[in-house]
Structures are given as structure tokens and as C-alpha cells.
Design a protein around this ligand. Sequence first.
Ligand code: 13P
Length: 242
Amino acid sequence: MIKLDNFSSFFVANWKLNGNFKFIDQFISKISLPKDSSKCVVICPTSIYLDYISKNKMGFYLGAQNVSQHKDGAFTGEISADSLDDINVDFCIVGHSERRQFFFEKNEEINHKSENLIKNNIVPIICIGETLEDKKKGITNDILEEQLKKSIPISSNFENSIIAYEPVWAIGTGLTPTNDEINDTHSFIREHNAKFNKFKIIYGGSVKANNVNEITSLLNVDGALIGGASLKSDEFTKIIQD
Ligand code: 13P
């Protein structure tokens, strides 16, 4: 497993359902990785391209976007943590809000997925976040607390897991919480249970080249999970270089 403590920050490109061989070849040839080796850059393509990128990657790490909660067996269409490990995947996003929203993933399932990943020495990037409705009701911290309690397995610790805070209303909207709100929420996650004190906690939701610096330099923010802006090689280069 990657030694998370070797890195000061994490920049995770979540390509979602985008990309093909041509896109990947161009992207890899165009991005320029940071000289600062304490920055960990992770690219998460769709599963079909993981093996190709695994064989062509240079200087960045490889992440999957999802994994089965089952180890093996009669589960048509699923991809196991064992097989991700077989092709040298280093990280895997789990419990992204799009999976929770469109594929009805529950905290318990996310917990099993994370546990399987850890057993295979793959770092789960476990996503939590409130909806706009939750925010309006003033129950953000309750929602996060419940997600943390149920979706993070007992075997998770600061050396083998990452938490990603992604407010659902900030994803793909161009809206972000204020810097104070982001820092306070990360501080809430870190402090509400001693277990999370030393966890790396990254922020996602409308991170771009023009706001990444201010967000990732916040005291309690250890990096960013980037969607739309990670699909443009020039913008992603600016994000990881800044
Ligand atoms: P955007 O950066 O497009 O808002 O997406 C964030 C995200 O969902 C990353 O996982």
C-alpha cells in the first residue's frame, strides 16, 4: 500500500464516465507533473481503461471509481478489489454522491467496499457530503456524522484510508462553500471522533485552477478531488502545479 504519510497533499482526478484511448494518450502526453514529490497525483478513469493507464503511467498514481462490495462469486458485472489489485490500482473512490444518488449505494455497502479495498492494500477514498436540502435544514454535521459512523470500516485508519468531503450541491455547479465553511467542516470531521484526527481529508466540489490554492492551503484540507476541471490537461496541470 502507498505510504500516505509520505505526501503533504493529494490531487485526485475523477474522470467519471468520460475518456477514451485517444483522450488518455493526449492527456498523459500533455500534463506536466509537479516537481514537488510530496504532492500525490491520482488519476481515476473508468474501469475499462485502468489496465491501460497502469501500463502507461508515469509519475502519477492510479485510482478506480468504484469496486464491488463482494469478494467474488455470482455478481454479474461487478469488479472486485482483488482484480483491481491485480492490475496495480493504488486508490479507489467509494461512496461518491453520484453512486449514492443514482445507484442507491448505502453507507453499509460503502463500508464493505472500503474494507475489501484495505484488505487488498488499495486506499479507499471514502466520500461523504450533505445535499442542499440537508444544508438548508442545518443538519450538515448530523449527516456527515452518520456517514462517517456507518461508511468507514473499523479497519480504516489514517495510514490506509482517505476521507473526501464533497458537498453534493457543490459538485459540477460552480458553487463552493466559503473557505471558512470548508475548513470548519474538515475540522468537524477530524475532531468529532479521535479516530479521524490524523486522517488525510480532501475537499471536492467545483475545484478549479483559480480556487485550488486557497482551498488546499486551508489548515484542515489535505488536497482536492476534482471532477470537470480534471478533464482538461492544461487546467489540471495548473491545479497540480500551483
Ligand atoms: P466537479 O469538480 O466537477 O464539481 O466534481 C467534483 C466531483 O464530484 C469529484 O469527485
